[in-house]
Design a protein around this ligand. Structure first.
Ligand code: C2E
Ligand code: MG
Ligand code: MG
Ligand code: MG
Length: 291
Protein backbone atom coordinates (compact mmCIF):
# COMPACT_ATOMS: atom_id res chain seq x y z
CA UNK A 1 0.00 0.00 0.00
CA UNK A 2 0.94 3.57 -0.56
CA UNK A 3 2.12 5.64 2.32
CA UNK A 4 3.89 8.97 2.55
CA UNK A 5 6.21 10.26 5.23
CA UNK A 6 6.22 13.97 5.72
CA UNK A 7 9.61 15.57 6.16
CA UNK A 8 9.18 19.13 4.95
CA UNK A 9 7.75 20.59 1.78
CA UNK A 10 8.24 18.41 -1.31
CA UNK A 11 10.59 16.16 0.61
CA UNK A 12 7.74 13.82 1.41
CA UNK A 13 8.76 10.30 0.49
CA UNK A 14 6.47 8.03 -1.46
CA UNK A 15 6.78 4.32 -1.00
CA UNK A 16 5.42 1.54 -3.17
CA UNK A 17 6.50 -2.09 -2.88
CA UNK A 18 8.05 -2.62 -6.33
CA UNK A 19 9.36 0.92 -6.44
CA UNK A 20 10.92 1.62 -3.09
CA UNK A 21 11.14 5.19 -1.98
CA UNK A 22 10.99 8.29 -4.16
CA UNK A 23 10.52 11.91 -3.27
CA UNK A 24 7.27 13.60 -4.18
CA UNK A 25 9.11 16.19 -6.24
CA UNK A 26 10.67 13.41 -8.34
CA UNK A 27 7.26 11.85 -8.92
CA UNK A 28 5.79 15.23 -9.89
CA UNK A 29 8.57 15.88 -12.35
CA UNK A 30 8.31 12.38 -13.81
CA UNK A 31 4.54 12.69 -14.26
CA UNK A 32 4.75 16.04 -16.03
CA UNK A 33 7.35 14.52 -18.34
CA UNK A 34 5.24 11.41 -18.83
CA UNK A 35 2.25 13.49 -19.95
CA UNK A 36 4.43 15.36 -22.44
CA UNK A 37 5.99 12.15 -23.73
CA UNK A 38 2.68 10.32 -23.88
CA UNK A 39 3.75 7.64 -21.41
CA UNK A 40 0.33 7.88 -19.82
CA UNK A 41 -2.71 6.15 -21.20
CA UNK A 42 -6.29 5.63 -20.16
CA UNK A 43 -8.34 2.59 -19.41
CA UNK A 44 -12.12 2.61 -19.19
CA UNK A 45 -14.37 0.79 -16.77
CA UNK A 46 -18.08 0.48 -17.59
CA UNK A 47 -20.99 1.41 -15.34
CA UNK A 48 -24.01 -0.82 -15.72
CA UNK A 49 -27.52 0.55 -15.22
CA UNK A 50 -29.46 -1.96 -13.10
CA UNK A 51 -32.89 -1.10 -14.51
CA UNK A 52 -31.97 -1.04 -18.18
CA UNK A 53 -29.36 -3.77 -17.82
CA UNK A 54 -26.98 -1.98 -20.09
CA UNK A 55 -23.75 -0.05 -19.95
CA UNK A 56 -24.59 3.64 -19.78
CA UNK A 57 -21.18 5.21 -19.22
CA UNK A 58 -17.50 4.48 -18.72
CA UNK A 59 -14.97 5.89 -16.26
CA UNK A 60 -11.50 6.89 -17.41
CA UNK A 61 -8.66 5.65 -15.18
CA UNK A 62 -5.11 6.81 -15.71
CA UNK A 63 -2.31 4.31 -16.30
CA UNK A 64 1.33 5.31 -16.21
CA UNK A 65 3.99 3.25 -17.90
CA UNK A 66 6.95 4.38 -15.82
CA UNK A 67 10.43 4.01 -17.36
CA UNK A 68 11.91 2.47 -14.19
CA UNK A 69 8.93 0.92 -12.45
CA UNK A 70 6.76 -0.40 -15.25
CA UNK A 71 3.02 -0.01 -14.80
CA UNK A 72 2.60 2.41 -11.94
CA UNK A 73 -0.97 2.48 -10.56
CA UNK A 74 -2.67 5.73 -9.58
CA UNK A 75 -3.23 4.82 -5.95
CA UNK A 76 0.54 5.11 -5.50
CA UNK A 77 1.01 8.47 -7.13
CA UNK A 78 -2.30 10.38 -7.22
CA UNK A 79 -2.26 11.18 -3.47
CA UNK A 80 1.25 12.60 -3.62
CA UNK A 81 0.42 14.85 -6.56
CA UNK A 82 -2.58 16.44 -4.90
CA UNK A 83 -2.11 20.18 -4.63
CA UNK A 84 0.73 20.32 -7.17
CA UNK A 85 0.40 21.73 -10.66
CA UNK A 86 0.87 18.23 -12.03
CA UNK A 87 -2.80 17.58 -11.11
CA UNK A 88 -4.36 20.23 -13.40
CA UNK A 89 -2.11 18.96 -16.19
CA UNK A 90 -3.23 15.42 -15.54
CA UNK A 91 -6.87 16.50 -15.39
CA UNK A 92 -6.71 18.38 -18.67
CA UNK A 93 -4.91 15.56 -20.41
CA UNK A 94 -7.43 13.02 -19.10
CA UNK A 95 -10.45 15.09 -20.16
CA UNK A 96 -9.11 15.64 -23.68
CA UNK A 97 -7.98 12.08 -24.23
CA UNK A 98 -11.12 10.57 -22.75
CA UNK A 99 -13.48 12.78 -24.76
CA UNK A 100 -11.66 11.90 -27.98
CA UNK A 101 -11.98 8.21 -27.13
CA UNK A 102 -15.65 8.72 -26.25
CA UNK A 103 -16.18 10.14 -29.70
CA UNK A 104 -14.77 6.93 -31.14
CA UNK A 105 -17.00 4.77 -28.90
CA UNK A 106 -20.08 6.77 -29.87
CA UNK A 107 -19.23 6.71 -33.56
CA UNK A 108 -19.04 2.91 -33.27
CA UNK A 109 -22.63 2.92 -32.05
CA UNK A 110 -22.25 2.92 -28.26
CA UNK A 111 -24.51 5.45 -26.63
CA UNK A 112 -22.34 6.25 -23.60
CA UNK A 113 -21.07 9.18 -21.63
CA UNK A 114 -17.67 9.59 -19.98
CA UNK A 115 -16.61 10.08 -16.35
CA UNK A 116 -13.26 11.51 -15.37
CA UNK A 117 -11.69 11.82 -11.92
CA UNK A 118 -10.55 15.28 -10.95
CA UNK A 119 -8.34 16.08 -7.95
CA UNK A 120 -9.88 18.26 -5.25
CA UNK A 121 -7.46 21.16 -5.64
CA UNK A 122 -7.93 21.28 -9.37
CA UNK A 123 -11.71 21.10 -9.01
CA UNK A 124 -11.91 24.05 -6.63
CA UNK A 125 -9.20 26.09 -8.41
CA UNK A 126 -10.16 29.37 -10.08
CA UNK A 127 -9.41 28.22 -13.60
CA UNK A 128 -11.17 24.87 -13.50
CA UNK A 129 -14.51 25.77 -15.10
CA UNK A 130 -12.86 27.70 -17.91
CA UNK A 131 -10.47 24.77 -18.35
CA UNK A 132 -13.40 22.44 -18.90
CA UNK A 133 -15.19 24.90 -21.18
CA UNK A 134 -12.05 25.43 -23.28
CA UNK A 135 -11.77 21.67 -23.82
CA UNK A 136 -15.44 21.47 -24.74
CA UNK A 137 -14.99 24.34 -27.22
CA UNK A 138 -11.99 22.66 -28.75
CA UNK A 139 -13.53 19.20 -29.03
CA UNK A 140 -17.11 20.35 -29.44
CA UNK A 141 -19.07 17.85 -27.34
CA UNK A 142 -22.38 18.07 -25.52
CA UNK A 143 -21.68 18.88 -21.83
CA UNK A 144 -24.07 16.10 -20.79
CA UNK A 145 -21.50 13.64 -22.12
CA UNK A 146 -18.93 14.60 -19.48
CA UNK A 147 -19.27 13.59 -15.86
CA UNK A 148 -16.79 14.84 -13.31
CA UNK A 149 -16.06 12.70 -10.27
CA UNK A 150 -14.60 14.28 -7.16
CA UNK A 151 -13.97 12.49 -3.90
CA UNK A 152 -16.04 13.32 -0.87
CA UNK A 153 -13.14 15.13 0.81
CA UNK A 154 -13.67 17.91 -1.74
CA UNK A 155 -16.74 18.88 0.25
CA UNK A 156 -14.88 18.67 3.48
CA UNK A 157 -11.85 20.76 2.60
CA UNK A 158 -13.12 23.75 0.60
CA UNK A 159 -16.83 23.73 1.01
CA UNK A 160 -17.80 27.07 -0.51
CA UNK A 161 -15.61 26.73 -3.57
CA UNK A 162 -16.75 23.18 -4.07
CA UNK A 163 -20.42 24.17 -3.86
CA UNK A 164 -19.78 26.92 -6.42
CA UNK A 165 -18.04 24.55 -8.80
CA UNK A 166 -20.84 21.98 -8.45
CA UNK A 167 -23.49 24.59 -9.19
CA UNK A 168 -21.65 26.14 -12.12
CA UNK A 169 -20.88 22.80 -13.75
CA UNK A 170 -24.45 21.66 -13.21
CA UNK A 171 -25.85 24.87 -14.74
CA UNK A 172 -23.58 24.41 -17.76
CA UNK A 173 -25.03 20.92 -18.26
CA UNK A 174 -22.17 18.73 -17.03
CA UNK A 175 -22.76 15.86 -14.62
CA UNK A 176 -20.99 16.00 -11.29
CA UNK A 177 -20.55 13.09 -8.92
CA UNK A 178 -19.16 12.25 -5.52
CA UNK A 179 -16.69 9.38 -5.53
CA UNK A 180 -15.74 7.03 -2.69
CA UNK A 181 -18.73 8.09 -0.60
CA UNK A 182 -18.48 6.57 2.86
CA UNK A 183 -14.73 6.06 2.80
CA UNK A 184 -13.57 9.11 4.68
CA UNK A 185 -15.00 12.17 6.28
CA UNK A 186 -18.42 12.41 4.68
CA UNK A 187 -20.34 15.32 5.95
CA UNK A 188 -23.71 14.05 4.92
CA UNK A 189 -25.48 17.34 5.61
CA UNK A 190 -23.56 18.97 2.77
CA UNK A 191 -25.38 16.83 0.26
CA UNK A 192 -28.52 18.83 0.99
CA UNK A 193 -27.30 21.87 -0.95
CA UNK A 194 -25.56 20.24 -3.87
CA UNK A 195 -26.72 19.27 -7.35
CA UNK A 196 -25.07 15.84 -7.24
CA UNK A 197 -25.88 13.61 -10.20
CA UNK A 198 -24.37 10.40 -8.86
CA UNK A 199 -23.27 9.31 -5.43
CA UNK A 200 -20.69 6.54 -5.76
CA UNK A 201 -20.78 4.27 -2.74
CA UNK A 202 -17.24 3.30 -1.81
CA UNK A 203 -16.09 -0.24 -2.47
CA UNK A 204 -15.25 -0.77 1.21
CA UNK A 205 -18.97 -0.50 2.02
CA UNK A 206 -19.92 -2.84 -0.81
CA UNK A 207 -17.32 -5.40 0.32
CA UNK A 208 -18.23 -5.02 4.00
CA UNK A 209 -21.96 -5.37 3.37
CA UNK A 210 -21.48 -8.94 2.10
CA UNK A 211 -20.43 -10.29 5.46
CA UNK A 212 -21.55 -7.73 8.00
CA UNK A 213 -25.31 -7.11 8.17
CA UNK A 214 -24.71 -3.84 10.03
CA UNK A 215 -22.70 -2.51 7.10
CA UNK A 216 -25.49 -3.80 4.87
CA UNK A 217 -27.87 -1.58 6.86
CA UNK A 218 -25.64 1.44 6.32
CA UNK A 219 -25.52 0.70 2.62
CA UNK A 220 -29.30 0.32 2.43
CA UNK A 221 -29.90 3.63 4.18
CA UNK A 222 -27.27 5.44 2.11
CA UNK A 223 -29.01 4.30 -1.06
CA UNK A 224 -32.40 5.29 0.33
CA UNK A 225 -31.11 8.70 1.39
CA UNK A 226 -29.61 9.33 -2.06
CA UNK A 227 -32.89 8.43 -3.73
CA UNK A 228 -34.84 10.82 -1.54
CA UNK A 229 -32.34 13.56 -2.35
CA UNK A 230 -32.87 12.86 -6.07
CA UNK A 231 -29.36 11.68 -6.50
CA UNK A 232 -28.58 8.57 -8.55
CA UNK A 233 -26.25 5.96 -7.11
CA UNK A 234 -23.37 3.79 -8.26
CA UNK A 235 -22.21 0.79 -6.23
CA UNK A 236 -18.43 0.64 -6.77
CA UNK A 237 -16.20 -2.41 -6.54
CA UNK A 238 -18.83 -5.05 -7.36
CA UNK A 239 -16.83 -8.28 -7.53
CA UNK A 240 -19.43 -11.02 -7.17
CA UNK A 241 -22.90 -11.83 -8.40
CA UNK A 242 -24.15 -11.75 -4.79
CA UNK A 243 -22.90 -8.19 -4.41
CA UNK A 244 -24.52 -7.23 -7.71
CA UNK A 245 -27.83 -8.72 -6.60
CA UNK A 246 -27.69 -7.19 -3.16
CA UNK A 247 -26.91 -3.71 -4.51
CA UNK A 248 -29.65 -3.97 -7.18
CA UNK A 249 -32.15 -5.18 -4.63
CA UNK A 250 -31.37 -2.23 -2.38
CA UNK A 251 -31.99 0.11 -5.30
CA UNK A 252 -28.52 1.06 -6.61
CA UNK A 253 -29.00 2.66 -10.03
CA UNK A 254 -25.64 1.56 -11.42
CA UNK A 255 -23.03 -1.08 -10.71
CA UNK A 256 -19.33 -1.00 -11.48
CA UNK A 257 -16.62 -3.53 -10.71
CA UNK A 258 -14.54 -6.53 -11.66
CA UNK A 259 -17.71 -8.69 -11.76
CA UNK A 260 -18.38 -7.00 -15.10
CA UNK A 261 -14.84 -6.17 -16.14
CA UNK A 262 -11.76 -4.36 -14.87
CA UNK A 263 -10.82 -1.25 -16.80
CA UNK A 264 -9.88 -1.84 -20.44
CA UNK A 265 -8.05 0.08 -23.13
CA UNK A 266 -10.36 1.57 -25.73
CA UNK A 267 -9.96 -1.19 -28.35
CA UNK A 268 -10.53 -3.92 -25.78
CA UNK A 269 -13.49 -2.04 -24.37
CA UNK A 270 -15.13 -1.85 -27.80
CA UNK A 271 -14.69 -5.61 -28.21
CA UNK A 272 -16.09 -6.19 -24.74
CA UNK A 273 -19.11 -3.96 -25.43
CA UNK A 274 -19.80 -5.74 -28.71
CA UNK A 275 -19.75 -9.09 -26.91
CA UNK A 276 -22.37 -8.10 -24.31
CA UNK A 277 -25.86 -7.89 -25.79
CA UNK A 278 -27.85 -11.06 -26.37
CA UNK A 279 -28.07 -14.40 -24.66
CA UNK A 280 -24.33 -15.11 -24.55
CA UNK A 281 -23.54 -11.83 -22.85
CA UNK A 282 -23.18 -11.07 -19.20
CA UNK A 283 -26.30 -12.07 -17.21
CA UNK A 284 -26.67 -8.47 -16.05
CA UNK A 285 -26.49 -7.15 -19.57
CA UNK A 286 -29.43 -8.74 -21.30
CA UNK A 287 -31.34 -6.97 -23.98
CA UNK A 288 -34.68 -5.79 -22.65
CA UNK A 289 -37.51 -3.70 -23.99
CA UNK A 290 -37.47 -1.66 -20.81
CA UNK A 291 -35.71 1.38 -22.25
P1 C2E B 1 -11.77 5.51 -8.16
O1 C2E B 1 -12.07 6.67 -9.03
O2 C2E B 1 -12.69 5.25 -7.04
O3 C2E B 1 -11.68 4.28 -9.15
C1 C2E B 1 -11.97 2.95 -8.77
C2 C2E B 1 -10.71 2.15 -8.55
O4 C2E B 1 -11.06 0.83 -8.12
C3 C2E B 1 -9.86 1.94 -9.80
O5 C2E B 1 -8.53 1.76 -9.38
C4 C2E B 1 -10.42 0.64 -10.34
O6 C2E B 1 -9.52 -0.03 -11.20
C5 C2E B 1 -10.62 -0.13 -9.07
N1 C2E B 1 -11.69 -1.13 -9.19
C6 C2E B 1 -12.71 -1.18 -10.07
N2 C2E B 1 -13.49 -2.25 -9.84
C7 C2E B 1 -12.99 -2.88 -8.79
C8 C2E B 1 -13.37 -4.07 -8.07
O7 C2E B 1 -14.35 -4.74 -8.36
N3 C2E B 1 -12.59 -4.42 -6.99
C9 C2E B 1 -11.50 -3.68 -6.63
N4 C2E B 1 -10.80 -4.11 -5.57
N5 C2E B 1 -11.11 -2.57 -7.29
C10 C2E B 1 -11.84 -2.18 -8.35
P2 C2E B 1 -7.33 2.59 -10.01
O8 C2E B 1 -7.50 2.72 -11.49
O9 C2E B 1 -6.08 2.00 -9.50
O10 C2E B 1 -7.54 4.04 -9.42
C11 C2E B 1 -7.47 4.30 -8.04
C12 C2E B 1 -7.90 5.71 -7.74
O11 C2E B 1 -6.96 6.64 -8.29
C13 C2E B 1 -9.23 6.08 -8.36
O12 C2E B 1 -10.29 5.63 -7.54
C14 C2E B 1 -9.13 7.59 -8.43
O13 C2E B 1 -9.42 8.17 -7.18
C15 C2E B 1 -7.66 7.77 -8.71
N6 C2E B 1 -7.47 8.00 -10.16
C16 C2E B 1 -7.38 7.12 -11.16
N7 C2E B 1 -7.22 7.72 -12.35
C17 C2E B 1 -7.21 9.06 -12.08
C18 C2E B 1 -7.09 10.25 -12.89
O14 C2E B 1 -7.01 10.20 -14.11
N8 C2E B 1 -7.13 11.44 -12.22
C19 C2E B 1 -7.28 11.53 -10.87
N9 C2E B 1 -7.32 12.73 -10.31
N10 C2E B 1 -7.41 10.45 -10.09
C20 C2E B 1 -7.37 9.23 -10.69
MG1 MG C 1 -13.76 7.52 -9.75
MG1 MG D 1 -14.24 5.34 -6.04
MG1 MG E 1 -8.66 -1.07 -13.08
Amino acid sequence: MYHAKRSGKNKTQVYAPHIGTKSVSEIRRDLTEAIEQEKLYLEYQPKVCTRRRKVISVEALARWEHPEFGLFMPKFWVPSLMGSNAMPRLGEWVMKTAMKDLDRMRSEGHDLWMSVNIGTDHFVSKGFISNVEAIRDELNFDPGLLEIEVTEDTLFSSEEKAVDAFNQLHDLGYRVSIDDFGRGYSNIARLANLPVDFLKIDQSIIAGASDDPRIGTIMAYTLKMAKELDCKTVAEGIETEQQAEFASRLGADCLQGYFFTPSLQVGELLNWLDAQPGSNGHPYLRETNDA
